[in-house]
Structures are given as C-alpha cells and as structure tokens.
Design a binder for this molecule. Structure first.
Ligand SMILES: Nc1nc2c(ncn2[C@@H]2O[C@H](COP(=O)(O)OP(=O)(O)OP(=O)(O)O)[C@@H](O)[C@H]2O)c(=O)[nH]1
Ligand SMILES: [Mg+2]
Length: 303
C-alpha cells in the first residue's frame, strides 16, 4: 500500500519554509536567503519516506502586501493551502507569534477541514524554556494536531517530522517518479538560482526590484549547456549596481549561480547574464504567468 499527498508550508516570511522544504527533500529545490520574501511563487519539492511520497508546496510567506507582485505572492500562499491535503504552519523560534504568524493562523482557521501541524523552526537559535512557552501558545490556537520543534539548518527533528507526514498522507499511488525531486523546469530553476544570488549579494530594496528570466538554453555536443538569462531591473541606477565596478558584481553573481546549477544538474553549465532595465516588469502579465502567479490577485488597480 502506497501513500501520496500534498503538504503546504505556510507561515510568515523568512521563518525558514524553503530551508525546511530542502531539508525534508534532502536536496536543494528552493532558494534561501536571509532577506524576507525570497520565495515568490509555489515551488514543489518531493520527499520520499518508506511507502509514502510527500509532495511539499513551498510557498511565499504571509505579509502585508503593497505592490501587485506582493498581492500575487500572498494569493499564491493561500491557493497552496487550498490545494494541499495537509498544512504545516512554520513558526520562527526567534520571531515567535508576530503579526504575520498570527495572520497565518487566523487564515488557516478560516479554512477549516484541512488537518494541520505546526513546526517551530530555528530551535538551534534559542534556549529551551523559550521554546516550551511558544509551543504552548501555538497549541492553544487549537488548530494543530502536533507541534514539532526542528532546525532546518542542523537537521534536528527533521526525520521525525518526515516520518509523521509520511504516515499521514492519504492512501494512493505516487504522483511522481521515484527519482524526481522537484516539479520546476530546469529553465525556471536556473532563473531561481540566479535570483538567489541577487538576494544574497545585493542589499536594501534592490533584490525586490529584480526579476530573472532564462531566455535561451542551448545543448552542446559535449553534454554541457549554454544558458542565457536576463536580470530585469526597474531603474538605470540599479543596473549599474547589479553590474558593479568593472562588472565585478555581475561576475560574482554569475559564478555562484553557475556553480550551484552545475552541481544540481550534474553537468557543466555555461551561464551568461544580461542586465536590462524593464521599469514595468511588475505590471506585465507574462512575468506572472511563467511562475503560476495570478496577475489580477489584487483586482484591477489604477496605475
Ligand atoms: N539559525 C537558523 N537559521 C535558519 C534555519 N532555517 C532557516 N534559517 C535561515 O532563515 C533565513 C530564511 O530562510 P528561508 O528558508 O529563505 O525562509 P522562508 O520562510 O522560505 O522565507 P521567504 O521565502 O522569504 O518567505 C535564512 O537566512 C536561513 O538560512 C534554522 O533552522 N536555524
Ligand atoms: Mg522561501
């Protein structure tokens, strides 16, 4: 008898949802950075435990949206919850139940009927007594079957959580081949790895003004591939920062992204980055469509 089901990772921004998805899968499927709102759209990672396939929906965080993209991100998070068999509310052990965490719990309580557990992540960063108080508060919400304590970073508690999820997946055939780790295309995954470096290497508001697309993917006879991507920025000044003095920043971004992509795909990749000013990318439906985001999530708005 096999089991297979969808598990949505819900929570505030930056609590470690993507890190947790990677830890549960045992491979990098989702990008991670120290900045909030790194994840912009649903990323599907696939974990296997015994006879169970656990399809993890890593989602954008819940936050107060302002731009059109923000609205589409929060909308994607709630749609992910609605598409899942089970929900994991992820809470940051350090941040605790802040406004965004409470908003996630409130929204989840409105969506009754779907079983949910809570996960306190980053337990490596706090002392034990603080954890117990937080676990009690989460438990008092009355919405969660179990409250787990884990560290996606150290791996502490991950095997327990995976085992629990595996035994609570609905009975049924596996939806993905055994060796498949994610549902994202190579082109989109490659764009994500470049955006991850932009979130890691550039600061203040700049990463939020950037989108990355893979424009061409050319297979070479020797098994390597040439990948051409565009880094879209909103203003000229941002283009200069992304490129950096004598092209140094763009080179560092490209080198790090290429290394990650080569490792993930297990073959040499030649990555070429182009930077383009596209002031309106956040208002262009094609950017949303590629990522499965709802362009009109916030309804039509005057420009
Ligand atoms: N100390 C510690 N840090 C962690 C742990 N898990 C994640 N982090 C860090 O928390 C930050 C955010 O991690 P992400 O996985 O990107 O968080 P997220 O919830 O997916 O964030 P968004 O996509 O922006 O909503 C990164 O700097 C991670 O390295 C953990 O178990 N312990
Ligand atoms: Mg994330």
């Amino acid at each position: 008898m096999t089991r297979c089901g969808y598990v949505a990772l819900l929570g505030a921004a930056n609590v470690g949802k993507s890190s947790l998805a990677n830890a549960l899968v045992g491979a990098k499927v989702a990008i991670v950075s120290a900045k909030a709102q790194t994840t912009r759209a649903r990323v599907t990672g696939i974990a296997i435990e015994g006879e169970s396939q656990i399809v993890l929906l890593d989602l954008p965080g819940i936050f107060a949206p302002r731009r059109r993209l923000d609205h589409a991100m929060v909308d994607a998070a709630w749609r992910g919850v609605e598409d899942a068999d089970r929900v994991l509310l992820v809470v940051d052990a350090v941040a605790g139940l802040d406004d965004a965490a409470l908003a996630a719990i409130a929204g989840l309580s409105q969506r009754a009927g779907r079983p949910a557990d809570a996960v306190i992540n980053k337990i490596d960063a706090v002392k034990r007594p603080a954890l117990l108080g937080l676990a009690q508060k989460i438990d008092a919400a009355g919405r969660f079957e179990r409250v787990f304590m884990v560290s996606a970073q150290s791996g502490d508690g991950i095997a327990d959580l995976r085992g629990w999820l595996a035994s609570h997946m609905p009975e049924g055939p596996w939806l993905f081949p055994e060796d498949q780790l994610m549902e994202l295309s190579e082109r989109l995954f490659a764009a994500e790895l470049t955006r991850e470096q932009i979130f890691r290497q550039l600061h203040q508001e700049l990463p939020y003004s950037v989108a990355v697309t893979t424009d061409r993917w050319t297979e070479n006879a020797d098994g390597s591939a040439r990948v051409d991507q565009t880094v879209h920025v909103e203003r000229d000044g941002q283009k200069a920062i992304v490129i950096g003095a004598a092209g140094a920043r763009l080179k560092a971004i490209g080198t790090a992204a290429r290394t990650e992509l080569t490792t993930a795909l297990g073959r040499p990749i030649h990555l070429f980055l182009h930077v383009k000013v596209a002031p309106d990318w956040g208002e262009r439906p094609d950017f949303y469509r590629d990522w499965g985001l709802e362009f009109a999530a916030a309804g039509p708005r005057p420009r």
